[in-house]
Design a protein around this ligand. Structure first.
Ligand code: CP
Length: 353
């Protein structure tokens, strides 16, 4: 049975249709207006393409609402999930997404792979390709590692987080969650605050690309030591029509906000001297109920996870009525199904073994 596509939404770029592919069919049999073989970051993804991801995720949500949430779209494809860094939500949701699309899934955790014996990233990527991988979902602690993988891998590479550089699927699921929860279903003109350890955050960087493309009133907030370099980016972004603001004043940032996204303090990437102490950070920059009261009534509370409750976000705020943190996790499956599907279509038919 073919599923009904969601209503067509006008898009800004006339070069890309408002077409939503049917997820019942193999992606290569459809005219999918998605031109990227890899998803490494959102800097090269147009707003029309982001809209296509959102609409395709809507179609995937319909699949997920069925008693048996499975379609044959990626049958015969091998999705290899190669993680050099710890993860719960990204790794599991990619696995669930690939299985819902009927792909064969292989999981590799670097600490128990031959990487621990000194094998290079390039050799590992060539090895998984020789073992049948068509799509490579990859997380790595080094910024840029997925770009190197994409140079040597014959299929599609999806960046599941590289160092402090990019986490494109997280930014897309964040955008999807905001559109789902904000009145009017749009982030255009909405005041969205990203609060915390911006310096080390790949989530913040990918969200800058997504939210400036969406026309949001984006604010970055944190201690000045954790905002280094972003003032210059904001100036350069303004020239290109991708404006955002940078401030160390939590009150100024959160006042009248529609969305406040707290970021984890990334102790594993933190050089000494950036923060006096976690206690002082929590007192001055933590998202507490008092600070949230400055935002618009009903403002959304977000966090990409994992959280350090009591540091960047108070437990009552994380679990409060305004929190959509669990929705972010749930929406990760539909977004990752959409991306696997679109990239498989762009890569074309499965390569012969
Ligand atoms: N948001 C995120 O990337 O979480 P994980 O590290 O659990 O995948």
């Amino acid at each position: 049975m073919s599923i009904a596509p969601p209503p067509r939404v006008p898009v800004d770029d006339p070069g890309v249709e408002g077409h939503v592919p049917s997820v019942e069919e193999a992606p290569e049999t459809q005219s999918v207006p998605w031109r990227h073989r890899h998803l490494l970051d959102l800097d090269v993804v147009s707003w029309a393409e982001i809209e296509l991801v959102m609409r395709t995720a809507d179609a995937m949500r319909e699949v997920l609402s069925r008693p048996i949430a499975k379609v044959p779209a990626l049958r015969g494809r091998n999705v290899t999930i190669l993680f050099y860094e710890a993860s719960t939500r990204t790794r599991v949701s990619f696995e669930v997404a690939a299985k819902n699309l009927s792909a064969d899934v292989v999981n590799i955790a670097a600490p128990t792979s031959s990487a621990s014996k000194g094998e290079s990233l390039v050799d590992t990527v060539k090895t998984v390709e020789a073992l049948g991988a068509d799509m490579l979902v990859m997380r790595h602690e080094v910024s840029g590692a997925p770009y190197l993988a994409a140079e040597v891998f014959g299929g599609s590479v999806l960046n599941a987080g590289d160092g402090r550089h990019a986490h494109p699927t997280q930014a897309l699921l964040d955008l999807y969650t905001m559109r789902e929860r904000l009145p009017g279903g749009s982030v255009a003109g909405r005041k969205i605050v990203i609060l915390g350890d911006v310096l080390h955050s790949r989530v913040a960087r990918s969200n800058i690309w997504a939210l400036t493309a969406a026309g949001a009133d984006l604010w970055l907030c944190g201690p000045s030591t954790l905002l280094r370099g972003f003032e210059a980016w904001a100036v350069a972004g303004g020239v290109e029509g991708r404006q955002f603001r940078v401030t160390s004043s939590v009150d100024e940032a959160v006042r009248d906000a529609d969305v406040v996204m707290a970021l984890r303090i990334q102790r594993e990437r933190m050089a000494s001297g950036l923060l006096p102490s976690l206690r002082e950070y929590a007192a001055r920059y933590g998202l507490t109920a008092d600070r949230l009261a400055l935002a618009k009534p009903g403002a959304l509370v977000m966090h990409p996870g994992p959280m350090n409750e009591g540091v960047e976000i108070a437990p009552d705020v994380a679990a409060g009525a305004q929190s959509v943190i669990t929705d972010q996790v749930t929406n990760g499956v539909a977004i990752r199904m959409a991306l696997l599907y679109l990239l498989a279509g762009a890569a074309g038919p499965r390569r012969p073994a």
